[in-house]
Design a protein around this ligand. Structure first.
Ligand code: ISE
Length: 324
């Protein structure tokens, strides 16, 4: 690998297209060398104006053609495993959009594949870890300037969601960001999850209870509330308040946008640049396959909690040494 990372982007939908444009126009020392999408027209449109980028409709073919040195996966979660496993086997650096996979058994398979490879190859696309506000709270937790962190109070607001979006998606597509965010901000694993839904918005479909309150406890006893309002009709907003022993610190309150792309543009840019820089030196940074697995395990507990209204414990396998 020389000092330009040749990236194959798998999936040219909303997130894939956004990353393709980002790599082409903003990211240093990287180029989109291939786009793989079952919809050839979509892939062709995505590479318009990008010299030398090849188009494939099949991942195996692209892998055999040696068309890239690193893989960015931006397909829906249920399609991740067949791209992740051969890429890990080939020793390629991977940036995988969340969720790592859609259940903890297959996510654990990814962790084990990496352990077998003997090195970290996967960074999971939890971009909030690269957001300035999140980093501010994280550094206050680490530095203990205002005493210890006692609680977190989060809001996750979307203008609307697709018609197919259900209560399950509220957890594994939306609150999944808070599961990872809480683990990042507190440095602790999540112990249990409860979901409460009260009066429902007239804009929420039959299969969705929104707004909802997700109540989360970490292993160290930090309590977190996540208020969701994904059919808010007015905008995209993500806010987080850290309740410390001597101060309350809120971030994100003045950032109401149309959607997640403009809200987190700086975080996405920083995330992809960090991945490129690390990949060029043969290392990996940011959220790992273990973090991806842990978030999926929290989603499983959350989905059960959403259905039952009960407090559900999160169950995790033992953390392999590779991630300690
Ligand atoms: C979407 O897939 C995202 O990842 C956004 O960050 C989140 O706010 C939204 O709820 C999800 O649907």
């Amino acid at each position: 690998m020389d000092n330009e990372l040749r990236i194959g982007v798998v999936g040219a939908g909303r997130m894939g297209y956004d990353h393709i444009k980002r790599i082409h126009s903003t990211i240093n020392n990287a180029a989109v060398s291939a786009v793989i999408d079952i919809d050839e027209e979509k892939a062709k449109q995505a590479v318009e104006g990008i010299e030398g980028a090849q188009v494939f409709t099949n991942f195996e073919t692209a892998l055999e053609a040696d068309a890239f040195d690193a893989v960015l996966i931006a397909t829906p979660g249920f399609l991740h495993t067949p791209v992740l496993l051969p890429s890990i086997k080939k020793g390629l650096p991977i940036l995988c959009e969340k969720p790592l996979t859609t259940d903890s058994v297959s996510s654990w398979e990814i962790v084990q594949a990496e352990v077998e490879a003997g090195k970290r190859l996967v960074q999971v696309g939890f971009m909030r870890r690269f957001d300035a506000g999140y980093q501010q709270i994280r550094s206050l937790v680490e530095g203990c300037e205002h005493g210890e962190l006692l609680q977190l109070s989060c809001e996750h607001i979307n203008p609307d969601v697709p018609a197919s979006y259900t209560g399950r998606n509220l957890i594994d597509d939306t609150v999944v960001h808070e599961f990872d965010g809480i683990r990042f901000l507190t440095g602790e694993e999540i112990k249990n999850v409860q979901v409460r839904a009260g009066k429902k918005s007239k804009y929420a479909s039959a299969d969705l209870n929104d707004p909802a309150q997700v109540l989360i406890e970490t292993e160290g006893g930090i309590l977190v509330t996540v208020n969701t309002h994904v059919v808010s009709q007015y905008g995209y907003a993500v806010t987080t308040k850290g309740i410390f022993e001597e101060k309350h610190v809120s971030v994100g309150e003045d950032q109401v946008c149309e959607s997640f792309e403009p809200r987190f543009v700086d975080a996405y840019d920083a995330e992809v640049q960090a991945w490129v820089d690390a990949s060029l030196t043969g290392t990996q940074v940011g959220p790992s396959a273990w973090d991806g697995y842990a978030a999926v395990a929290c989603c499983e507990a959350g989905i059960e909690a959403e259905a039952s209204g009960k407090i559900v414990e999160v169950s995790l396998n033992q953390k392999p040494d590779l991630y300690k």
